[in-house]
Design a protein around this ligand. Structure first.
Ligand code: PMP
Length: 408
């Protein structure tokens, strides 16, 4: 019956993982993984999550369905986390202007927002940073939204092309959806500075663009999830000052709570007033109901405990700090080995200024292939490496291997 179904191209990251699994070299290194690993190269369940699991095991009374848009106690906690730390965010919440719903982690939340935009935004175009997380493009396109790119990464300076970015936003039509990574841009690790964000928000306001904000790595920039809300606060200010009427936000607890497979995240839409919010909420429920009916509950119950129980919350802040400290140690160690120990002729300073779980090395596709074939070092063809895959045990081999292929 399905003889005419064509073979779909393999997923790049999953394909890489298969090759890695088959590799018998004992020195092999997997730098494709987008999940945290300890210094022993192992997955990590955070102590705060262990604590939440214990509390949940004792207090859970049912495994019933959550409401279509997620459990109210979870939504309350997430709103407190995201909006209660700045006066503008607080004001938006107090005025009932923020609709928040649990989605299926960051991806599912983006997908629901994308369906909402396709239905209700009169302009079906979106502009995305070049490059961006590949799934952004697929998610929007699946909803029928036409995507194009705005300039973002400058391959000459390994930094942000702020002039190109501003110019491209300026030439977008009103109501075009403009997607931004709020912190720790994936794959480049390059973010706008706070001053540059002011500039960006001004253009959003002038050109009447619809900001779609993605925050998958809250906490990974500074090590503190609250401090990493600074850019979101700027958007809250812009809304309360009447500069922009709305923004849409997708966030995920996959990385900062290590709840990857539990699929915990939310979407929020900022509205003009509580009446508009009510209508938007009703339409979000209509989007979700025929897609998956209601979100999963185990992970969101854990996140509710983490955010709501003072002792667990304090532990969570420590856990995030610990992860980020290790990632940054590996970042510096790799840099030091390359530049000092191996005296690499290549300029690697960008490794130090990039933020988050990844480093965008600047290695080209040919060098990436050589690293894989000759050294059993696995990374995506754009030269992005996950710092989580680096340990004190393999960083020397990694630096030596990178140095060798860049001298070829
Ligand atoms: N946005 C970006 C930029 C990401 O890197 C990711 C995770 N790879 C996500 C969203 C969503 O991930 P998840 O669905 O696991 O929350």
């Amino acid at each position: 019956a399905w003889a005419n179904v064509p073979q779909a191209p393999p997923d790049k990251i999953l394909g890489l993982n298969i090759l890695y699994q088959l590799d018998t070299n004992p020195n092999k290194i997997d730098l494709g993984v987008g999940a945290y690993r300890t210094d022993k190269g192992e997955p990590w369940i955070m102590p705060s999550i262990r604590m939440a699991e214990e509390i949940l095991a004792k207090t859970e009374t049912d495994k019933e369905y959550a409401p279509i848009l997620g459990s109210p106690s979870f939504i309350d906690e997430v709103q407190r986390l995201l909006f209660n730390h700045d006066t503008s965010g607080y004001q938006l919440l107090a005025d009932g202007r923020v609709v928040t719903a649990q989605g299926i982690s960051g991806t599912g939340s983006l997908r629901v927002l994308s369906e909402f935009l396709a239905k209700f935004n009169p302009v079906c175009n979106a502009i995305l940073p070049n490059p961006t997380w590949a799934n952004h493009i697929a998610i929007l396109q699946e909803s029928g939204i036409v995507t194009s790119k705005y300039r973002y990464y400058d391959y000459k300076t390994n930094g942000l092309d702020i002039d190109g970015l501003i110019e491209d936003l300026q030439s977008a039509d009103p109501r075009t959806v403009a997607l931004f990574h709020l912190c720790c841009h994936n794959p480049t690790g390059v973010d706008a500075t706070l001053e540059q964000w002011d500039q960006i928000i001004r253009v959003i306001s002038e050109r009447k663009l619809i900001p779609l904000l993605d925050m998958a790595y809250q906490g990974f920039e500074s090590g503190d999830p609250i401090r990493d809300l600074r850019v979101l606060s700027k958007f809250n200010d812009a809304v309360t000052r009447g500069m922009i009427p709305t923004y849409l936000l997708a966030q995920s607890f996959a990385k900062n709570m290590g709840l990857y497979g539990e699929r915990v995240g939310t979407l929020s839409i900022v509205c003009a007033d509580s009446k508009e919010a009510e209508k938007v909420r009703s339409q979000l429920a209509r989007v979700v109901r025929p897609m998956y009916s209601s979100p999963p509950t185990h992970g969101s119950k854990l996140a509710t405990i983490v955010l709501g129980n003072t002792k667990v919350y304090r532990q969570w802040l420590k856990d995030v700090k610990k992860m980020v400290t290790r990632l940054n140690t590996m970042r510096t160690l790799l840099y030091d080995k390359l530049t000092i120990e191996y005296s690499s002729p290549v300029q690697w300073d960008h490794l130090l200024s990039q933020k988050g779980m990844f480093a965008y090395t600047g290695l080209n596709a040919e060098q990436v292939t050589k690293l894989r074939e000759r050294k059993s070092v696995y990374m995506t063809s754009d030269g992005r490496i996950s710092l989580a895959g680096i340990t004190s045990g393999n960083v020397d081999y990694l630096a030596k291997s990178i140095d060798e292929v860049t001298r070829d």
